[in-house]
Ligand binder design. Structure first.
Ligand SMILES: [Zn+2]
Length: 169
């Protein structure tokens, strides 16, 4: 009956492996839950440390706490705060410069626009004069008279009508 024993043992082994797999899955879920709780507590500690830091900072600055390590950390914090002020000042300087440059550019453009407007007005005046000069000879009307016979318009000094041959007196 060695084979039957073997099969029984094998079946038992398979069952145990299956149970072990199931246990592993539920272990993983449990570990995940516990890890989440640990993370939550760590976040709580971080928040409290921040509060503790602010409280200690105030007491060190007021002289209520005299401690070399705390004083050194407060000095480092103040150095960083001063550096932040300097950096913010630089940002403001850049913004102010940019605003001033924009204003300068705007004024330059306005000045240029005024120059262009004046130049165009001068040019328009020149063109008007040139047109007036060119048109003047045309505008100068030639004296004419109307032939009493055929009614055509002929030059004032014409002796004979070029159309009908009428002789002017
Ligand atoms: Zn005529």
């Amino acid at each position: 009956m060695a084979l039957k024993d073997f099969i029984n043992q094998f079946t038992q082994d398979v069952k145990e492996v299956a149970k072990s797999v199931t246990d592993k899955a539920s272990d993983t879920i449990e570990i995940t839950k516990l890890s989440a709780k640990i993370s939550s507590e760590e976040a709580t500690i971080a928040g409290l440390l921040k509060e503790l830091g602010s409280a200690v900072l105030a007491k060190v600055e007021s002289g209520e706490i005299k401690d070399e390590v705390a004083e050194d950390l407060v000095n480092k914090i103040n150095n960083s705060k001063n550096l932040i002020s300097v950096l913010e000042g630089k940002i403001q300087e850049i913004k102010d410069n940019a605003a001033a440059k924009a204003e300068e550019a705007k004024e330059a453009v306005e000045e240029k626009a005024e120059d262009v407007k004046e130049a165009v007005e001068d040019k328009v005046e020149d063109v008007k004069e040139a047109v007036a000069d060119a048109v003047e000879p045309v505008v100068e009307e030639k004296a004419t008279k109307v032939c009493p016979l055929c009614g055509v318009e002929v030059e004032a000094d014409a002796k004979v009508c070029p159309v009908c041959g009428y002789e002017f007196e």
